[in-house]
Design a protein around this ligand. Structure first.
Ligand SMILES: NC(=O)c1ccc[n+]([C@@H]2O[C@H](COP(=O)([O-])OP(=O)(O)OC[C@H]3O[C@@H](n4cnc5c(N)ncnc54)[C@H](OP(=O)(O)O)[C@@H]3O)[C@@H](O)[C@H]2O)c1
Length: 280
């Protein structure tokens, strides 16, 4: 039986006005001619529980979660999949019969972006250097482990945060903690296969990421998950050195796909027109 009920979906966070998610989901909703909505809802921390109850009451099919609720939402979920549990954060929820099921799609977004941009890239070929140990780094490290990266060198300004990440990782023996100051050293870079910036350094309005790439092998891929600006100083420097580069926009676009599939039953495509729309 077909119904003409609108499928309601949303993004919750605080703030949310800057988010590209409504644009991405709105693009796919229009493209597939769906009777659906996706709106950004600003929910301060103290309103999270009541806000989620309202979404349930109003018959929402699901929602994405952004900063600062990705961890707190976990205690409101009835079910959390293994991936989100290992990452320690939920960014996508599906509501069925008033029950919340949480997952994390950042791991997929990160991996898929690299696969799409550099189809021949072999994750297993050598060590990866990850700069940063925040929320995004947790998903990225999980993605690297799942892709068979033999060693992950983790360099973060605050060592305690890197230690915390290490303690919660599925295979901590693969992760080697480095001091923040060691990121440019020869012993850190000389055999790298991949370098990923997961810090907010280099983002518009933030301080630049200071790193010397002298010792980085020319074949090492460099990925910056910061996408505003698209060409960060790190990527510009890496490109000038002859390293293959991977921008951060694809991660944002690809992480949105599994949620759309869960809510609407269609795996949407990342197309050039969508990419241009999001970057304009
Ligand atoms: N492309 C995508 O789809 C995507 C997805 C998620 C996030 N992002 C971007 O990734 C960045 C990080 O996001 P997040 O959620 O992981 O943020 P987060 O949890 O707040 O973590 C921020 C990270 O940046 C480091 N950092 C901040 N200021 C620093 C400084 N002055 N010097 C050295 N390190 C500094 C922090 O180090 P400390 O631990 O020392 O504070 C921490 O490792 C943001 O720019 C975000 O927009 C992109």
């Amino acid at each position: 039986m077909t119904t003409n009920m609108t499928t309601k979906t949303a993004l919750i966070g605080h703030p949310v006005s800057h988010s590209k998610s409504p644009l991405i989901h709105g693009h796919w909703i229009a493209k597939h001619g769906l009777n659906a909505t996706y709106e950004a809802i600003d929910l301060p921390c103290e309103d999270l529980e009541e806000g989620v109850q309202t979404l349930i009451r109003e018959g929402y099919k699901g929602f994405n979660i952004t900063v600062p609720h990705k961890v707190d939402i976990m205690s409101l979920c009835d079910q959390i999949d293994d991936l989100a549990r290992i990452v320690g954060a939920v960014n996508t929820v599906t509501i069925e019969n008033g029950k919340l099921s949480g997952t994390n799609t950042d791991v997929y977004g990160f991996t898929q972006n690299i696969r799409e941009t550099a189809p021949d890239f072999d994750f297993t070929k050598g060590p990866a250097l990850v700069l940063g140990a925040g929320g995004a780094a947790r998903a990225i490290i999980q993605g690297l482990i799942a892709q068979g990266v033999p060693e992950i060198r983790l360099s973060n300004r605050t060592k305690e945060k890197a230690l915390e990440l290490l303690e919660n990782a599925s295979t901590p023996e693969k992760i080697k903690l480095l001091n923040w100051d060691a990121r440019s050293e020869k012993s850190t870079q000389q055999d790298l296969n991949l370098l990923v910036n997961t810090t907010s350094l280099g983002m518009t309005g933030k301080t630049p990421l200071e790193i010397d790439l002298t010792h980085l092998p020319p074949a090492a891929h460099v990925n910056d998950i910061v996408y505003a600006p698209l060409m960060t100083d790190l990527l510009t420097k890496a490109k000038a050195n002859g390293n293959p580069i991977i921008t951060g926009i694809g991660m944002l676009l690809h992480q949105a796909r599994p949620g759309f599939k869960l809510w609407h039953g269609i795996m949407p495509e990342v197309t050039e027109d969508l990419r241009e729309k999001v970057l304009s």
